[in-house]
Design a binder for this molecule. Sequence first.
Ligand code: LRH
Ligand code: MN
Length: 424
Amino acid sequence: MKIQQEQIRAYNESHLVTHKRKFDFIASEISDLEAIIQKLQAFQIAIPSWALGTGGTRFGRFSGPGEPATLEQKIEDVGLLHALNKSSGAISLHIPWDIPKDTETIKSLASSYGLVFDAVNSNTFQDQEGQTHSYKYGSLQHVNPAVRQQAINHNIDVIKQGVSLGSKALTVWLADGSSFPGQLNFREAFQNTLQSLQEIYKHLPTDWKMFVEYKCFEPNFYSTTIADWGQSLLLANKLGDQAYTLVDLGHHLPNANIEQIVSLLLMEKKLGGFHFNDSKYADDDLTAGSMKPYQLFLIFNELVEGMDARGMDHAKGLGWMIDASHNLKDPLVDLLQSVEAIQLAYAQALVVDRQALRKAQNSNDVVGAQEILQEAFRKDLRAVVAEARLRDGGSLNPVAQFREMDVRSKLTLERGTNIKATGL
Ligand code: LRH
Ligand code: MN
């Protein structure tokens, strides 16, 4: 199913008056509006190929209708999102969940929807059919060099897949760790992981990045070998200039100050990118901005401040990706909501009065500094984000139009009801 430009134009036609009124009101309040709109138009967020179906938990999975059964259908779904919000112009694949059978066909299909391939993700946290060695006790950390070599070879294969797709980064997330005291020699596990990553690093094309994704716990519940930003940074520094840390918002212990972590990793030139989502308790993989929208704004506030301090291109400087799992909501609607929340947080960070904030910080004007940030956060910038979409031919209200067009029923007619998409 494809959403035609004409359908979006007609939808916008009937919502233009309301939009213009809201846009003109907020436009009068923002100084460098045009620059902000151009930044929003350039800002593309990659959609995870593993989050286009209904996820589940160990307690069960409530399947949804019309799910994508093939990589082709997954690209079609991301194409639907991008047609509506013009901000989802990339897909991040997870190997082997989404191995392209015919790379050229997949590449031309993706470009027919205006999509490129973002970071490719390896998977050494599950055993595949016919696999020689099990990853039950880890992969790159494993005490058995044969298991480590198997995992290294898999990552090298994933790089090859990515190169053929035009991707420029490998994301390595390891479930490796232990669930009981005494089970693991922490030093050897770290050293094995480092040596294994160094083997993989040797196979990175010169214009590629390696993203080392950390996570505090799960599926191991006593130690995780790459558990936090410090361990990821240690590895990235030891690996070399092409290695960076990857910040998945759900991978922190409760109340961690993620915006401070982001600020320091950016300062160290070792922040590679993000897996955006939200959470209340643990790695809940919920809709971005659905639980802690102020934290998402504070993270973008540090990103804009830190990237401008280094003259970085906001759109191209880091890896912007979503990583979510949908148990209750339509996966595509959930992703549209996440992209909207991320674009809004970015827009709010772009209207922060940076000079006034620096002045307040340099004079320990705590109230002033807080008021300046909250002034930006409390600005309703939805019409500005919508205007950026409108100018790119997107929908004024992607979620509302998706539901009004009853896209899911049309996909269900095409695909049927009992399909389980690969992924989480
Ligand atoms: C681990 C993680 C990682 C992916 C997986 C799907 O929790 O965030 O990024 O490989 O989810
Ligand atoms: Mn992740």
